[in-house]
Design a protein around this ligand. Sequence first.
Ligand code: PGA
Length: 259
Amino acid sequence: MRKYIVANWKMYVGNRESIALSRGVLSFLRGKTQLPEIILCPSFPALNDVHKIIAKSRMKLGAQNVFWQENGAYTGEVSASMLAELGCQYVLVGHSERKEHLGETEEMIQKKMQAVWQQKLIPICCVGESFEQYQKGNTFVVLKKQIENALHFIPRNGREILLAYEPCWAISTQKKSEVSVKEVVEVLTQIQAFLQQTFSEERAKKIHLIYGGSVEKNTAYSFLREPIVEGILVGQASIKIHQFLEIIQASCEVLEGQP
Ligand code: PGA
């Protein structure tokens, strides 16, 4: 079984720090055999330099956003083909911070998913409920709608997708995740059952379920050792090199402990 560690550096760090972080991870990985899939998602300006550093390693490059059009008069936007040209293999789509601060809608998310798919990039599709929805017990209803929308144009059989469950209220809390591992496992189990019903079992297997929301070194291991949690999406803890390396180390330990 594979485990994914996605580092979302958000707008926390620019090119210089992204280079330093990438180098730090690269030297830590040297000599290690059993590794998770590590996907670094720096800000747009840092993609090129980070790619140069990790190109020959087992790490992969991801972007934090994408525009759905291929090219044209869309000032400030970046297309999926431009990301592919820079060496990106993954793209975050539908992150809740974009919904909250930039008015990203479900319709936009659907178009972005399509654009990413057509360019043969792997989407890391984020879904999650608000605190109010969580309190009302509506988590799964909300997630189901978001997933249906995001996967609407994605072929029933085909390449892999990462689906990140990120409760909006658990992101960037600056403290230990308030969501328990048990709750995450319950939600992911529901998502998995839904995917198996909606698509074929074969298709569902290629939709890897990961969790994100204030994961840090002390919680990474307990999330990752759950078989249904195929990976974690890490924000703030991934820009502190020591924390991030401990998270990678935790995933290595989980992998080594697996049959
Ligand atoms: P966080 O971010 O780890 O800082 O909560 C996760 C994310 O937003 O993807």
